[in-house]
Every structure is written in structure tokens, then in C-alpha cells.
Design a protein. Structure first.
Lengths: 438, 387
């Protein structure tokens, strides 16, 4: 019989957790309000409230063991939020790079810009397709670009440590295609010169990228003349004149991609169809939004999985820590609880009181963990070499309110499981046995 | 040792509490085992005895830039170089351009540079005689169910054939297998003939992605590397030569700062664990106060009581930790099989066990210290009187 009850409890628990994870916050709010009404208005509810108050008022005497619950859950939430913030920051940096009203054209079957080669003929033909926005002079806003990698000395590490940075050779239209791009220091490069402007992210990562400095690309000297900011993945790149870059990398007249500004997002289909219908071209056309989101897909998934696996294992540890603490708490208060039941309190208020107490501790832990993750990691910059780029991509961790909310949900779930079993025990213990216990 | 029974009995005096604590410790060390496996996987990449003998020469400009094929002959002339092979990045993908497979177009002697890769003799022979032949890694063969004799279509995300299409066809002539875990990613790779590759595409035109040379004396590697780079100094194709170890370390570092990530997670985990098991031990000693007093009364010295409480907490950590590490062994084995080397991950090996056990003992001692001192200082009269 007891076994059956326990099994039933486990099933209820599993169902409750699934529902819990899926619930949006308004539903939770309704749930909380209903619960508060129950506590305020019904007899049982008021009983539960008063038992809870007794429990909470004695928390101070159990400071050490209560701290275990708080710190354990804070650890879980902190690590979970930090790892998910990494995944989120990475995905956001890349998806922000694209927009629905610009499209990127690459050679068919190329997984990323650096693998694509468009011959000069294609580069001339593509901007003539319909659907592209025109500038004041009536010219289509299309920017043929060349993308290569360059080895540069890293800021961190030995003098000999070199990292890879993505180098983009651009024409004047590149700025028109990306209006969010701003020169924040120095000036833009002059066409035909070995001059570079560097992204803020690249500047953080690599040594010597300050205006006025000379850097070596292979055996050539290039001068850094400015710094640009865009708040997205392009900030991790360095830019130079397309013809000069092509010359340095012996690419002649070919380009890697053409990025165009669409007349409006709706004209993408027209533009794509026009290119597909042209027998001279064999190209893939995607909006930049889709292109950059796709680049981050695999990596973001891996990061999220790592976050959730690590978080789950830590959560198991924390659940058992909470169980331990609450069992001990129930054991020390066994007589008190038995007395309550002897004078007429039913099982439910006792269960609710112990659960509430655990969930309160969990809530404190969750808030603490989220706060720590936010203080330490929000805006923390990291870099990686992945996602279709051949250079290091700098991105900032982003601790968003959704993530903090998710962390709190985990914390409360841990508190729920950690409190449920001790609460059941307290409610089930025969009153006479408990009263006799020391 | 003769008190083991006593310590064991004390440990399981409250079964529920001890078991719950053990599960928490287990979870902590499961995580430790897994994360340390990833960390040391990143650390070990390219670190092997044969790896130290190999030098990689690539373009100084960037890793995507190619080098002239003629350079190989000149590199072979550098004193201390035993043999030179070369390879190109093929950028292969199967079925979908995003489903990329590591694939190199390599010179005929490339496989000789890697004695840690096991290629059966008939496979080797088949590779030498078949122009369109490829060697495929063991894991890859398993993943796609490819067998020797199969014709497989591969797209190149970079190189078109003469007719402009990028759909290449190859014949599987053999399956290779990495004997050493440092070369494990060859289990995921496809090797094809550089000659066939170069003949079939217009884009390559006799260039080489990078050279792999073996040096006769490991201690001379730096000097040889400088010698190789000197050949093309001030030309339009300057090179950068590194030991394979340095090259892969630099890649791994650019991929992610694993040490920092793992370090901060483990910091949070062990801090929590300290508190948690510390609390358990505190409770255990508090509720045994009178028993400890009795033990002292019948002649146990203060120091042996101290030692027994310490031993109890170390035992607690060891029990949970060892089970946790065993679980980690299983989990890491499973993940390695499932991901097939996408993330470098070493097995939970001797090193990790040693580090783990040291951690268990240290945490055990730390956790036990406070309760043990309390037990040692216990005043018999007060304790028996329940004061």
C-alpha cells in the first residue's frame, strides 16, 4: 500500500514538473493568486498559513542547514544561467548581424562566405536583378565583398601566439548596405591604400589594432586608420579595400559574396527568383537574417545542451541536499508537528507549510544565483572560432530576464521536490509515535 | 584499520541522511569527471610522442591561403627534415552543404607521417592503386554505414569539378582507425588523393594547403621550423611552421577558453558540496555527542576520536566520489560514442582518477575538520550530562 502511494506520488511529481516547465508566467501568476486566496479565505488555508509562520520563524535556529538549500540552489541557478547566457549571447550576436531586408548571395552549395567564390561576371550581373533598393543616384545598393582570414598576434598569450581574424574586403556600398555600421574612432580607409578599419571586438582580441598602428599581413604592412562599431558579429572583423585585399590574397577579380539592400523585405522572393532564373548564375540567395541565424544554430544547440546537462546534474545534487536539510528539519520538529495534529490540524496544512518553507529557501537561492550570474557574467565577453566564420568571434554573455525567470523556475522546482517527501513524512508519521519521540 | 567497522557503523547510523548526502557527492564527482574529461581532451589534442615529431607549415598570411607545391622539395632539403607530406582542405559535405565532413586531399606519403593511424595493408594497397579511392575513418563508416567498395557521393563546399558541379564521387578503399587517442579525429575523416583532387578542379592549380614534415630529432624541431620558414622569407608566400602540438593548442585556445569555463563551474559545484557535506558531518557529530563521550570514557584518546571523525568524512566523500567517477566513466564513454569526437574528450583515465581522489580526500578533511575538532575537545562530563 505504501509502495503504491509512493509510486503515485512520483507520477504526480513527474506530471507536475512537465506542466511547470511548460507554464507561461501569466498562468503561474493566476496559480499564485489562487493559492494566496485559498490561504486567506479557507479554514485549511489559514491553518496552513499559521503553521508556515511558525516554521519560518524558527528558520533562524536552523541557519546552517537552511543555508545548504540556499547555496546549493544558488549554485545550480548561477551556473545554469551563466551557461545559457553564453549560448544566448552568442546566438543573439549572430542573429543581430542579419536583417530581413538585406540578402546575401553566394555561390551555390557554399556553407559560408569564406568558402564561396563568385567570378567577376556574376558580381556584375547580380546587382542588376530586380528587388534591390536604389540609392539617390538610382544605383542599386549592392556590395560585392571578399572574405578571407588573417593571422594576427593575440592580446592574451605569448608574443608568438597568433589567432585568426576574418578580413573583409569591401567597396563603398558596404556602408550603405549596413546603416548601423559607424566609425567610432579615426576615419574610414581610403580606396586603393593598404589601410584597415577594425571592429571593436577584433580590437579587444588582437594586439596592435589601434589607429595609427601598422600591422603585418603576411609580408605586407597595413596601417590601421579607424575603429568601427556595429554591435553585432561584424565587429569581430577587420575591413579593408576589396581590390587591395584581393591583390594581397591573389584572388584577382573574384569576390566571395554580394550583399544587397532589398527594396523591402517582401521583395526578397522576387529577387531570389530573378537570380535563380538567370542562366548565367549558379548562386544561393538567403536573407542575411537567415544566413547568420543558421551559422549559429549548431553551436548554440551544443552550448544549450551543455548548460542543461550540467545544470541537471547539479540540480540532482541540490535536490538531495534540500531533501537532507528538510528531513532533518522535519525530524527536529517532529513533536511540534505531532502536537499540532493532535490538537486538530489536518495533514494538508502541515504538508503545505513544509513545502512553502522549502520553496521560500529555494526562491532565495534562485534569486541569489541569478543575481550573482547577472553581476558576474552580464556583458562578460568571450570569443570562439566557429559558426562559419574563419576568425574569432567576440560576443557578450547576455543574462536576459527570460533566463533569470527560467533559473527561478528551476529553483522552485528543486524546492518543490526537496520539500515534498519530507512534508509527506511529517504528515504521515503516526501522532502517538511522534509524540513519544525525543 | 581495525576501527573501520566502527567508522562504517557511525557513517550509516542515519541511513537516509548518509544516502542523500552520498547522492549529492556522486552528482558533484560525476560532473567533475565529465568536465575534467573535456578539459583534458582539449589539453591533449595533438600532444603525443609522434605529434612532437611533426611540423606543420602553413601560409603566414592565414590558414586559408595556399602554398606552391614546389615548396615541398625545398622543405625536404632543410637539414633535420626526414620526410615531407602535404594536404589540402577539401571542404566535403554529405547530402547537405551544412552536414560537413572533415576531408583532406593528401599526398601519397601523408599516411606515413601518422604511424598512430592504423591502415590495413590491403586498404593501403587499394588507396595507392585507385585514383578515386578514399580512406574513411572508423566512426564515419559506422555513422553512415559505408563499407569498402562503396561508391559515395560527396559535395565539396569549396571546389567545383571541371563541369562546374560540386558533386564528387569517390570509392571507399579502406577504413582507418586511430590507435592513439590523440589522433582520434582521424576516425571522423576522409582522406583522398591530392593528385586526383588537383586534376579534377580548376580552382586549386597545383597548390597545397599545408605541409606536414617529420623531423629526425625532436629537440631540433624549433631550429628546423625556423629553417623551413627561412626558405620563403620575404616572398609572396611566407610560411609559418609550428609543431603539431603548438598548432593544435592554438586552435583549441581559439575555440574556447575551456579551462576558465570548467574552472568556474567546478568552483561553484565544490563550494556547494563543501557546505552540504559539512552540514551533514556537523549534524552527525552533534547527534552523537553522548556516544562520543562514552567512547572517550572507555579509553579512546581525544586524538583517536579526532581521527575517527575525519576518517568518517573522508570515507563519505570517497564512497560518493568513487561511484560518481564510475558513473562519469560510463557517461563519457557514451558521449564519446554519440558525438564521435565532435568535442575533444578524453576517457576518464588514471590522471582524472588521481585528481578526483585527491579532491575527495582534501574535501573530506576540510569538511571533517570542524566537527572533528569539536569531537576532540568534547568534555566528557558535560557531554554525558547533555549540556
Amino acid at each position: 500500500m505504501k509502495f503504491l502511494v509512493n509510486m503515485g506520488l512520483l507520477i504526480v511529481l513527474a506530471v507536475a514538473l512537465v506542466v511547470w516547465v511548460l507554464l507561461p508566467w501569466p498562468a503561474l501568476l493566476v496559480l499564485a493568486v489562487l493559492f494566496a486566496l485559498w490561504m486567506a479565505l479557507t479554514r485549511r488555508g489559514r491553518q496552513a498559513a499559521s503553521v508556515t509562520m511558525v516554521g519560518i520563524s524558527t528558520l533562524r535556529q536552523r541557519l546552517g542547514s537552511s543555508a545548504v538549500v540556499v547555496v546549493g540552489i544558488a549554485g545550480v541557478v548561477g551556473v545554469l544561467v551563466a551557461l545559457l547566457a553564453m549560448a544566448g549571447g552568442y546566438a543573439e550576436t549572430l542573429s543581430r548581424t542579419g536583417s530581413p531586408d538585406t540578402a546575401i548571395v553566394m555561390r551555390g552549395g557554399s556553407a559560408s562566405e569564406v568558402m564561396s567564390v563568385l567570378e567577376r561576371d556574376s558580381v556584375v550581373v547580380i546587382p542588376q536583378a530586380e528587388g534591390i533598393a536604389k540609392d539617390a543616384q538610382g544605383k542599386p545598393i549592392a556590395s560585392p565583398e571578399i572574405v578571407v582570414a588573417a593571422n594576427l598576434p593575440l592580446k592574451k598569450g605569448d608574443a608568438d601566439d597568433e589567432g585568426s581574424v576574418q578580413l573583409r574586403g569591401i567597396g563603398e556600398q558596404a556602408w550603405a548596405v549596413r546603416p548601423n555600421m559607424k566609425i567610432v574612432e579615426g576615419r574610414a580607409f581610403r580606396p586603393g591604400m593598404r589601410e584597415l578599419v577594425v571592429g571593436r571586438g577584433a580590437q579587444r582580441q588582437f594586439a596592435g589594432l589601434t589607429p595609427g598602428h601598422e600591422i603585418k599581413l603576411g609580408n605586407q604592412s597595413w596601417t590601421v586608420v579607424g575603429v568601427f562599431a556595429s554591435g553585432d558579429a561584424l565587429e569581430s572583423e577587420i575591413w579593408g579595400d576589396a581590390d587591395v585585399v584581393a591583390d594581397t590574397y591573389r584572388r584577382a577579380g573574384s569576390r566571395a559574396s554580394v550583399t544587397v539592400k532589398l527594396a523591402d523585405p517582401a521583395s526578397f522572393d522576387r529577387f531570389k527568383a530573378a537570380l535563380a532564373a538567370d542562366p548565367r548564375l549558379k548562386v544561393d540567395t538567403t536573407t542575411t537574417l537567415e544566413y547568420f541565424s543558421k551559422q549559429s544554430e549548431g553551436m548554440t544547440k551544443i552550448l544549450r545542451i551543455i548548460g542543461i546537462v550540467v545544470g541537471s546534474i547539479m540540480a540532482i545534487g541540490a535536490i538531495f541536499g534540500a531533501l537532507n536539510t528538510m528531513f532533518a528539519a522535519v525530524a527536529t520538529r517532529a513533536r511540534e508537528i505531532a502536537t499540532l495534529r493532535a490538537i486538530g490540524f489536518r495533514g494538508l496544512p502541515v504538508v503545505v507549510a513544509i513545502m512553502l518553507e522549502t520553496m521560500l529557501l529555494a526562491l532565495i537561492g534562485g534569486l541569489l544565483g541569478g543575481l550573482l550570474a547577472w553581476l558576474i557574467f552580464n556583458g562578460y565577453t568571450a570569443s570562439t572560432l566557429a559558426g562559419g566564420s574563419v576568425g574569432q568571434l567576440t560576443f557578450a554573455f547576455k543574462v536576459s530576464p527570460q533566463l533569470l525567470w527560467q533559473g527561478l523556475k528551476w529553483a522552485l522546482a528543486i524546492g518543490f521536490i526537496g520539500g515534498l517527501f519530507p512534508a509527506m513524512r511529517a504528515a504521515r508519521l503516526p501522532v502517538t509515535t511522534a509524540l513519544r519521540e525525543l | 584499520m581495525k576501527y573501520l567497522h566502527l567508522i562504517w557503523a557511525a557513517l550509516f547510523r542515519r541511513k537516509t541522511r548518509t544516502l542523500l548526502t552520498l547522492v549529492s557527492i556522486m552528482a558533484a564527482f560525476l560532473l567533475f569527471g565529465m568536465l575534467d574529461a573535456v578539459r583534458s581532451g582539449f589539453d591533449q589534442a595533438g600532444k603525443s610522442a609522434t605529434g612532437a615529431q611533426r611540423l606543420q607549415t602553413g601560409s603566414r598570411l592565414s590558414f586559408i591561403q595556399t602554398l606552391p607545391q614546389g615548396l615541398g622539395g625545398q622543405i625536404a632539403q632543410v637539414p633535420g627534415v626526414k620526410s615531407v607530406a602535404y594536404a589540402n582542405w577539401f571542404g566535403g559535405a554529405y547530402q547537405d552543404p551544412h552536414n560537413q565532413i572533415f576531408s583532406f586531399a593528401v599526398s601519397d606519403n601523408y599516411i606515413d607521417q601518422y604511424p598512430e593511424i592504423d591502415v590495413p595493408a590491403d586498404a593501403r594497397k587499394g588507396f595507392e592503386t585507385t585514383r578515386t579511392g578514399i580512406l574513411i575513418g572508423e566512426q564515419l563508416a559506422k555513422k553512415y554505414g559505408w563499407k569498402v567498395g562503396d561508391k559515395i557521393p560527396l559535395q565539396s563546399t569549396i571546389f567545383p569539378l571541371h563541369d562546374g558541379s560540386k558533386n564528387w564521387t569517390f570509392d571507399v578503399v579502406g577504413i582507418m582507425h586511430a590507435k592513439d587517442k590523440s589522433a582520434a579525429w582521424y576516425d571522423q575523416m576522409i582522406l583522398m588523393h591530392w593528385k586526383y583532387f588537383d586534376d579534377s578542379t580548376t580552382y586549386n592549380q597545383g597548390t597545397v594547403g599545408w605541409y606536414v614534415s617529420r623531423v629526425s630529432d625532436v629537440n631540433q624541431a624549433d631550429r628546423v621550423a625556423k629553417g623551413i620558414d627561412a626558405i620563403s622569407a620575404n616572398s609572396d608566400h611566407e610560411t609559418r611552421t609550428q609543431t603539431e602540438q603548438a598548432a593544435s593548442a592554438s586552435w583549441m585556445k581559439q575555440l574556447a577558453d575551456i579551462g576558465l569555463i570548467v574552472g568556474s563551474i567546478m568552483g561553484a559545484v565544490f563550494f556547494t558540496l563543501l557546505l552540504l557535506s559539512g552540514n551533514t558531518m556537523m549534524q552527525a557529530v552533534r547527534e552523537r555527542t553522548s556516544e562520543l563521550a562514552v567512547m572517550k570514557t572507555i579509553g579512546f584518546s581525544s586524538h583517536s576520536v579526532l581521527a575517527m571523525v575525519l576518517a568518517e568524512s573522508v570515507l563519505l566523500l570517497l564512497l560518493g566520489g568513487v561511484v560518481g567517477l564510475f558513473l562519469a566513466m560510463g557517461a563519457v564513454g557514451g558521449m564519446r560514442a554519440a558525438m564521435g569526437g565532435m568535442i575533444p574528450m578524453s576517457n576518464v583515465s588514471g590522471d582524472i582518477w588521481i585528481r578526483g581522489v585527491v579532491l575527495m580526500v582534501v574535501i573530506g578533511l576540510l569538511v571533517g575538520a570542524l566537527p572533528a575538532i569539536r569531537a576532540m575537545r568534547l568534555n566528557i562530563v558535560d557531554a554525558l550530562a547533555g549540556r
